[in-house]
Write a protein that binds this ligand. Structure first.
Ligand code: B12
Ligand code: SF4
Length: 422
């Protein structure tokens, strides 16, 4: 079979290319190739420079809200005409596989499905990924797709084979980067493990990957070596828990790269666990070429730190920053994530958190809270009647949820954003 794999457009108020790569589709491509099928990739988010901006096309917000949202909504990625051109250039294909990331980006999938139905007609469409896992019923009822896969690829293989009439017998296994789906950009995202051993009350990690499983170190090294050979210079780690078991995983990977004199600029756009950055880890990160790191603090409020999962304390953060600076990392390379709009959190707490992080000499980055079904925070909000499974996932978009469901003074919030960025 010839199978088309699509990474859809992003539908949001803001989106940046923080080394975005369709890792879910790479896994799907690797499996389908091992079955002897031919894969073609259509990536709506490629090629764009990273770090950088995607092409932005303003579109109207697909739902009406009780409060006017002043910010404009957009489709991010390639032009529609370019999508059609690539679709037709792909030739004949027997089925389409679409991935999904943020659940509230589902309009991006809807646009892709509409284009395919209009241009190609009745081809089988299979959807998987994060939105498909977190909002399975919504996807089944609202998108014109034929099969919605909840959970990892592994648990869906049999269902997909039955649906498409594939034997499921694996032949030779080639890594995704050996398939003709690479687009020649100079960056990539890599994961060394899937899942996270922690359990924070606002996070979907456990739902997406119930077990924390580490990739074999050799496999990650081979991937990085190949990426180097094809011109990749910047690597972003997309792990949820990159520093967990440092001496068994990331440490040996960095050692081997050093031994082979292979260098990258590394980035961690997803926050690191500050508690795990000791003097030795900080030194290794700086020596290995980590050019930008984000640390997750979320709040300076000690009670809330404990109540939401206890992954970090302010003392952990202070130590981590001090080790990184001592190891030679520039203060401008370190950013600290702070959550805004957590249930029960007021703007005084946010301001205190911003001032605290700034006093440590690094920049705070505000992330507006977005509730995720299946998490403890979701259950609490559901009990209060704030969210429900029947609501439109678009309302959980961080920009919308925050404006509709907190009673924050928006002028003060804007002032705090400026304070964080100053
Ligand atoms: C990297 C990352 C980021 C990066 C880049 C995001 C991007 N633009 O792509 C950064 C740091 C910028 C980021 C930001 C945010 N993020 Co983020 N991020 C992630 C992270 C760590 C990885 C996402 C990823 O690319 N995964 C690869 C996915 C697509 O593949 P996969 O799931 O492993 O694929 C497997 C299966 O899903 C399946 N599969 C996948 N596709 C397909 C397709 C088919 C057909 C089939 C059959 C199977 C299949 O097979 C694969 C192998 O088993 C996830 C956490 C996580 N554990 O995934 C959070 C996550 C996606 N982020 C999340 C959130 C909330 C955010 C923020 C809103 C935080 C904030 N409040 O600011 C912002 C949003 C900003 C924005 N507008 O982009 C939530 C999303 C929740 C939701 N409602 O959907 C997650 C899940 C975090 C969490 N643990 O709760 N994020
Ligand atoms: S430590 Fe991070 S990835 Fe792990 S459960 Fe908490 S928020 Fe999620």
């Amino acid at each position: 079979m010839r199978l088309l794999l699509v990474n859809p457009w992003i539908a949001d108020f803001a989106a940046f290319n923080f080394w975005v790569r369709p890792l879910g589709l790479y896994a799907v491509a690797e499996w389908l190739d091992s079955l002897g099928e031919q894969v073609i990739l259509l990536d709506c988010l490629s090629p764009f420079k990273a770090p950088g901006r995607f092409r932005r096309e303003q579109v109207s917000l697909p739902i009406s809200t009780k409060l006017p949202i002043k910010r404009s909504f957009a489709r991010y990625g390639i032009e529609r005409s370019e999508f059609r051109r690539r679709l037709h250039q792909s030739g004949r294909f027997d089925a389409v596989f679409i991935t999904s990331v943020m659940s509230y980006w589902y309009p991006g999938i809807s646009w892709v499905v509409k284009e395919i139905r209009k241009e190609i007609g009745n081809v089988p469409i299979i959807l998987g990924g994060i939105y498909a896992t977190l909002w399975t019923e919504h996807a089944r009822s609202n998108l014109q797709v034929d099969l919605v896969c909840k959970g990892s690829l592994e648990v869906n293989k049999e269902k997909i084979c039955n649906f498409l009439g594939l034997s499921g017998l694996q032949k030779d296994k080639r890594a995704w980067y050996k398939l003709p789906i690479w687009d020649g950009v100079d960056y990539c995202a890599v994961r060394t493990a899937i899942g996270c051993p922690f359990r924070c009350t606002y996070c979907a990690s456990r739902i997406l990957a119930p077990r924390f499983s580490q990739r074999p170190v050799d496999e990650v090294i081979r991937e990085l070596m190949h990426l180097k050979r094809i011109g990749v210079r910047q690597v972003a780690f997309y792990d949820d828990a990159l520093l967990v078991d440092f001496n068994q995983r990331l440490g040996p990977i960095l050692d081997e790269l050093e031994r082979r004199q292979i260098r990258f600029s590394f980035h961690t756009p997803n926050g690191l666990h500050a508690r795990l950055i000791n003097e030795q880890v900080a030194k290794r990160l700086v020596e290995a070429g980590f050019k930008s790191v984000r640390l997750s603090l979320e709040t300076v409020n000690a009670n809330r730190q404990k109540e939401t999962g206890g992954k970090v304390s302010s003392v952990d953060l202070e130590r981590a920053i001090s080790h990184l600076l001592k190891a030679g990392m520039k203060p401008s390379a370190i950013g600290v994530y702070l959550l805004v709009g957590l249930p029960g959190q007021d703007l005084d707490e946010v301001e205190e958190s911003i001032r605290y992080v700034k006093a440590l000499g690094v920049r705070p980055y505000l992330a507006e809270f977005s509730p995720i079904p299946g998490t403890l925070e979701w259950d609490r909000l559901e009990d209060q009647g704030v969210v429900s499974r029947s609501m439109d996932p678009l309302l959980t978009n961080n920009t919308i949820f925050f404006r509709l469901f907190t009673n924050y003074d928006m002028d003060r919030f804007r002032a705090l954003k400026l304070l964080a960025a100053s």
